[in-house]
Design a protein around this ligand. Structure first.
Ligand code: NFS
Length: 652
């Protein structure tokens, strides 16, 4: 490089790792001690620009093929695959993987419900029999004269048939608005069975099978719909049946929930089955006594990722953080055991935990990490296994070294199920979404946006999530959050009714009258299915069009990192939503793919998936979309703003 060039080359400002002060504090400790984390490794590992932009195909041993260089757009792989084919194949396979993850989670819940119905999993009960009856009703199961366990068994059997395809289609597709169901029928997008769609997606993406990008993307929609309206929705509903339907509760969030003088156990991953038992075990007086006998004041349970959301929503267990917090929790030195099940668990936790006293315990029959201790979970001995794990953590308390727990934590209200939102809006005896529809129609609430998904160390942790949530509520947008976006919101204190003061005047009025905060925590990522249910109810309630695609609503996944997120985004589009992902576009190099997933999907299913790394632009795009939808509905007429008087509030 010439001297001239060296002189003029601008020094890039280092990107802040996080906007979370707790994360920054622990990272300082890590850096000082030379400890590697996902935050440091991301700087050491440059992204492959070819793969990142969707120009690499590694699906067979003739390649990997790279469609780069002069005339790249016209280039093909050795087999002849174009940019569009490669992009669509990669997209479809990601959706199949994401769907498989959510569906397999759902299948385990179904198996647990079945075992309970047969009296084989005695640690569990049907905590919400009312919900079981509602689910049975939704599934058209005749409950007359049957006892609760028999009904549970029949629900589990029919749920299982959704996986195999024996149910003759997917039971829950009928929950969608009529018009949407007809569109799916017309386009042949109705999933025939969860497993079948995953298998067919894998088959179609094998080299030499489906090579038409548009046709491949139809399968991406179909398999992802089997996630949203199948695997994920079953996981949510049946978890509510087994573990309780969430109701609002308060908790704290961030690394500051770890306790200096108690045995800290972190449950991390996604499934509620074992973690729910660990909650019970950690509260067992005998176990607490055991902890005291080892010099601790008690047992403190906290969560990371979506397992955390499951036990937060149902038990008020405070989460210690989102995806990028898993290593940071270990680096505090205060975690006696990190108990992991499936998904989003970094392999790097193992060598890291060896540097501290933390015991890394894998529990799923599906997931082992070399070097970690494996205590295999099975639902028939669930509570005993949970007790053993808690005792292992207690025994490890005496091995603690120096600890450094950041003080930061946010207060929050979580636990909003769709049932509770309906009840809150309409009251116990006339639970209804009517007040929400009315306030969207009269313009007090402009629309609704879901902010969902992950952290990704390629972008500043939590920045996009927090910026978008706070800016949207200022603009009178009701926001719902799930997954790691919900964790971020909790850590930064924006899941509190006090946030109404930061909201636009219309949203604030409604929030105060109805008693809801402006940002609602709906749970884990499988609970994105609650959003589908809410949107369907809102359409059904009337006055806002007759399909999800008519609603002034959108979804944003600002910091996505994994296949599950793409499956969620794709089923949201297939359901009629406008979806924006941050970070970067995995199809940047393919004009055909960009066209198909935006204008193409808009024409076909009334939604689109756009990638945009700039948060300001995302905000503008989403607000424009909401205004366009309001215009199309004819509800954007300028009205004189009337402040609510007492009578109007009572009516609300
Ligand atoms: Ni969702 Fe939940 Fe978090 Fe992303 Fe991972 S934990 S399932 S995938 S990182 S939001």
């Amino acid at each position: 490089m010439s001297d001239e060039k060296t002189k003029t080359k601008k020094k890039e400002e280092p990107r802040p790792k996080s906007i979370d002060p707790a994360a920054l504090e622990v990272l300082e400790r890590a850096d000082a001690a030379g400890i590697s984390t996902v935050f440091s490794r991301v700087d050491e590992m440059k992204q492959c620009p070819i793969g990142a932009a969707g120009s690499c195909c590694a699906y067979c041993a003739m390649g990997p093929c790279r469609l780069v260089g002069k005339g790249a757009e016209e280039k093909t792989g050795i087999c002849g695959a174009t940019h569009g084919t490669i992009g669509a194949r990669t997209w479809l396979r990601a959706c199949a993987t994401g769907t498989a993850a959510h569906a397999d989670h759902g299948r385990d819940i179904v198996n647990t419900l079945k075992a309970v119905s047969e009296g084989k999993a005695n640690s569990y009960t049907i905590r919400d029999p009312e919900k079981l009856m509602r689910v049975a009703g939704n599934m058209n199961i005749d409950t007359e004269g049957k006892d609760i366990l028999q009904i549970a068994g029949e629900v589990a059997d029919l749920a299982m048939d959704n996986f195999t395809g024996r149910a003759g289609g997917m039971t829950y597709m009928s929950r969608a608005p009529k018009k949407r169901q007809e569109l799916w029928e017309k386009l042949n997008l109705v999933p025939r069975g969860i497993d079948r769609e995953i298998v067919e997606s894998m088959h179609r993406t094998h080299v030499g099978v489906d090579q038409d990008a548009d046709h491949l993307l139809d399968q991406a929609l179909r398999v992802s719909l089997a996630d949203g309206w199948g695997g994920a929705m079953l996981a949510t509903d049946l978890s509510d049946v087994l573990f309780g339907t969430p109701k609002p509760l308060t908790a704290e969030a961030n690394l500051g929930v770890l306790k200096r003088d108690e045995v800290n156990i972190i449950v991390h991953g996604h499934e509620p089955t074992l973690s729910d038992m660990i909650v019970t075990a950690s509260r067992d007086p005998e176990i607490v006594e055991y902890a005291k006998s080892k010099g601790a004041k008690g047992v403190n349970l906290a969560g990371i990722c979506c397992t955390a959301n499951e036990i937060l929503m149902r038990h008020g267990i405070s989460p210690a953080g989102n995806f990028l917090h898993q290593e940071l929790a270990v680096i505090t030195g205060a975690v006696e055991a990190m108990v992991v099940d499936v998904q989003c668990v970094l392999q790097a936790l193992q060598p890291l935990s060896e540097k501290f006293h933390t015991k890394l315990i894998t529990t799923s029959p599906k997931a082992k990490i070399p070097g970690a201790e494996h205590v295999q979970f099975d639902e028939e001995h669930a509570l005993d296994i949970a007790r053993d794990i808690v005792r292992m953590a207690i025994d490890n308390y005496e091995n603690r070294g120096e600890i450094q727990i950041p003080e930061h934590k946010g207060n929050m209200v979580a636990g909003f199920s769709h049932e509770y939102i309906e009840y809150m809006l309409g009251g116990r005896y006339r639970a209804s979404f009517r007040p929400l529809n009315d306030n969207i129609i009269n313009g007090r609430i402009k629309g609704a946006v879901a902010i969902v998904g992950c952290n990704n160390p390629r972008v500043t942790q939590d920045e996009g999530i927090i910026k978008l949530v706070t800016e949207l509520i200022k603009r009178d947008i009701l926001v719902v959050v799930t997954g790691c976006a919900a964790h971020a919101s909790g850590k930064h204190g924006i899941l509190q009714p006090e946030m109404l003061e930061e909201a636009g005047p219309g949203l604030r009025e409604v929030g105060e009258a109805v008693g809801i905060p402006p940002v609602l925590h709906l749970g884990s990522c499988v609970d994105n299915s609650r959003i589908l249910t809410i949107l369907s109810h809102v359409v059904e309630e009337g006055g806002l069009g007759d399909d999800i695609s008519d609603l002034p609503a959108a979804a944003i996944c600002p910091e996505y990192y994994c296949d599950k997120a793409l499956a969620i985004g794709t089923y949201a589009v297939g359901s009629g939503a406008y979806v924006v992902f941050g970070v970067r576009s995995p199809i940047e190099d393919s004009e055909e793919m960009k066209q198909l997933t935006t204008e193409g999907w808009e024409k076909k299913v009334g939604g689109q998936l756009v990638f945009e790394p700039d948060y300001e632009k995302i905000l503008e795009m989403v607000m424009n979309r909401i205004e366009q939808k309001r215009d199309a509905l004819g509800i954007n007429v300028e009205k004189e703003r009337v402040l609510l008087d007492m009578a109007a509030r009572r009516e609300l």
